[in-house]
Design a protein around this ligand. Sequence first.
Ligand code: PLP
Length: 394
Amino acid sequence: MTINEKNYAYGASKSSIREIAAYGAARKAQIGAENVFDFSLGNPSIPSPDAVRESIERSLQLPPTQLHSYTPAAGLPFVREKLAASLCRRYGENTAAAGDLYLTCGAAASLSISFHAVVNPGDEVIVIAPYFPEYRVWIETAGATCVEVMADPETFQIDTEAVRAAVTPRTKAVVINSPNNPVGSVYSAQNLAALADVLHEREDALGTAIYLVADEPYREISYGVEVPWVPAIYDRTLVCYSYSKSLSLPGERIGWVLVPPTNPDHDRLVPAIAGAGRSLGFVCAPALFQRVIADCCDVPSDVDAYARNREALTRGLSELGYHYIEPQGAFYLWVKALEPDANAFFERAKSLELLPVPSDSFGCTGWVRIGYCVSYETIVNSMPAWKKLAESYK
Ligand code: PLP
């Protein structure tokens, strides 16, 4: 039987992050949940705001045929109006109109729709390593090649000169993710402006158009630093957003793609986004949760709980002598492994019931990611194990 070998391989090969999480769950069943420190997943640990439940309860009063029916492919018009108005309040008057927004099943769908909307077979899409591993799957499925460019190894900001060197006549897009998974960095306005200069210079020299795909599920989760609005810095931007992290709704699958009105290709991109959603078979975003985000798009995320975890984790690990990148956003800490081989370091951590994710999963060696979207107690109670791990290298 001949089947699609590429999709067979995607399905048959295991995601190492999921494998660690599955190991963690099995180990908890064996020795007790309180004895395993699982930092592998990016599943929000704080509950959704009360406003989410209230919104759902209000929607349940609607006639079921109205509530559960198909919506227009791009989403309910009143929802898109509300989201656009919210974006204009936050980022300036002409940030978005309802017609510029296409509602999706979360950032995963926003990204794969965006790639399908812009790439042709043989194109290249640049990702900044370390990067969210699913980018490669979505880029390749859209028919393009995924080109990795390492971030600056000291600051983990974008190495704009390395991007310049990687751009070819086939480069169709660059994906950036800020606040960043896995590093926790936030790209500064200056860094993004330097990237914009490089892309414009390359577009002019090569006579091509290069899109910036801004993957922003962590936009609301930052710790006292500004998260610059990318379309204000680079014109050919597409913004991919999701409520998975900001409202703790990862299982409900709701987000959007924005084609900013300032994008010079706006009028062709809007139908291309709709066409990509159609060709991928999305039909429409979940109807109930379209209504929820209309009600809750201005409800603040509970960043304080993550800030408390971040503080306990960074204080504890720095006292033990670990080197890490100061996290400015998201809920991940990027920690230098105590030996060059991150997988070997992970195995040693695992023997002490600590489960971070080795950096090889994100396209880079020598680090681990600690997801601190866990309970505060998990962080505090894990410290003796982190201490033992550090001591084992002395
Ligand atoms: N992009 C990044 C960087 C992520 O970390 C995630 C999820 O963890 C996604 C995209 C996908 O998010 P969603 O749940 O909205 O599809």
